[in-house]
Design a protein around this ligand. Structure first.
Ligand code: FMN
Ligand code: EPS
Length: 372
């Protein structure tokens, strides 16, 4: 089921960019969770098109509707179905792309795989599909913030933010602190370092004025997660996080902790020494990014995701048509000059989905039976 994700907390997204609606079915949500549509809407508002002058101008309010799984303000434990109607489809902009493949978008590969496709707005390959992920992620975030606390643990907090756009990167020293949501949301680019954010915005506007695009990097950090989450060997926590991130459109790289830079260090430089703080095991550094042996070790989870420059650019490019003849294609329509600012809530949502699923799996295997 390639449109479903998660083992126990399982989400299935559906819908196309220029179809009637997009949405998600969430199966396995714990019952009795207080359900607040406004909280889901708040996350969707962070993702929606048209939210600022540096993203796609497509006008979508992305009003979420709940169809099932909720009764008297609480989840029932039955499938939750959430829907957002598409409002501002303009399929005409895609007429030429019916027969000509956009370089580096999904047009050619969908055609090669399925033999036919809904070419309007990229159909199912559009980032519009991530509406369902963000809606489900808002519920998963609530479970992590409230359910875990109610069970005696600390509230788990997930924070993603931009560290890089094109070659403009946040200074290393500014990355030490866990950013507040207010700092991340202070600018439309979602980089918590104001000077870097201003430079990023200027770069995005500049490339857009040239009909071009840029990519960037998101860092995601999770605090409050206890040791013990992760299912070796194939569902290591970092493997599931990597899969979640690389399932997002336009992602090209994933690294956790020291990542690729760690390959340049010796073991003596790289190892995270253990220490005991008030009887609790901690590490003095966190090059592991909070995961060892595929299992969370109680430190902050820290990973980064690289996004490529938006494929559809308003320039003429060399391509082929559906019959294989070489031709040219001029990009048209409404596009994000940089997809990364809107990807921040999507990265957080996918992280929350992975963590809730792993939390439930850990409880099922290790928290259900006790043997004398
Ligand atoms: C938040 C977000 C917004 C995006 N907006 C656009 C867009 O406006 N135009 C575009 O061509 N691609 C956009 N993309 C990327 C395409 O959806 C993606 O490149 C396409 O599905 C092909 O998949 P791939 O790049 O992973 O190979 C966006 C991606 C994300 C995550
Ligand atoms: C609609 C959204 O973003 C879209 C993502 C997208 C793509 O190719 O991924 C291409 C554009 O689609 P359209 O040409 O139909 O406006 C973006 O606007 C959204 O994220 O909700």
């Amino acid at each position: 089921m390639p449109n479903s994700f998660g083992k126990l907390f399982r989400v299935t997204t559906w819908g196309e960019s220029h179809g009637a609606a997009v949405g998600v079915v969430i199966d396995g949500c714990p019952p009795n969770l207080p359900f607040d549509l406004a909280e889901i809407q708040a996350e969707l508002d962070r993702r929606r098109p048209g939210q600022s002058d540096i993203v796609t101008p497509r006008k979508e309010e992305d009003r979420v509707e709940v169809l099932s799984g909720v009764f008297e303000g609480r989840t029932t434990g039955t499938p939750i179905s959430l829907l957002v109607r598409n409002a501002d489809q303009r399929p005409g902009a895609y007429d030429e792309m019916k027969d000509k493949f956009r370089p580096s978008h999904a047009d050619f590969t969908y055609q090669a795989k399925f033999g036919r496709r809904d070419h309007r707005g990229g159909g199912r390959s559009s980032a519009r599909e991530t509406v369902g992920r963000v809606a489900a992620g808002a519920i998963a975030k609530k479970i992590l913030a409230q359910g875990v606390k109610a069970a005696g643990g600390a509230a788990v907090e997930i924070r993603a933010f931009l560290t890089q756009v094109h070659d403009i990167a946040m200074p290393e020293e500014a990355r030490a602190a866990f950013p507040t949501l207010a700092d991340v949301e202070a600018t439309p680019v979602r980089c918590p370092h104001p000077a870097t954010a201003a430079a990023m915005i200027a770069r995005i506007k500049h490339v857009r004025s040239e009909g071009d695009s840029v990519g960037g990097v998101i860092e995601c950090r999770v605090r409050g997660l206890p040791a013990g989450l992760g299912e070796p060997v194939f569902d290591r926590l970092e493997a599931d996080l990597a899969k979640a991130m690389l399932s997002l459109p336009a992602t090209k790289g994933f690294e956790i902790g020291s990542g690729f830079a760690g390959a340049r260090l010796r073991g003596s430089e790289h190892n995270d020494a253990f220490e005991s703080r008030g009887g609790v095991v901690h590490t003095t550094t966190n090059r592991s990014g909070g995961v060892q042996g595929g299992i969370s070790n109680g430190e902050e989870i820290v990973f980064r995701v690289a996004f490529k420059p938006t494929a559809t650019i308003l320039q003429s490019q060399k391509t082929v048509d559906i019959l294989g003849a070489e031709t040219e294609l001029m990009g048209r329509g409404r596009h994000d000059p940089c997809v990364v600012p809107r990807a921040v809530p999507i990265v957080e949502a996918m992280t929350a989905l992975v963590l809730v699923d792993h939390w439930m799996r850990q409880a099922a295997q290790c928290g259900t039976f006790t043997f004398a």
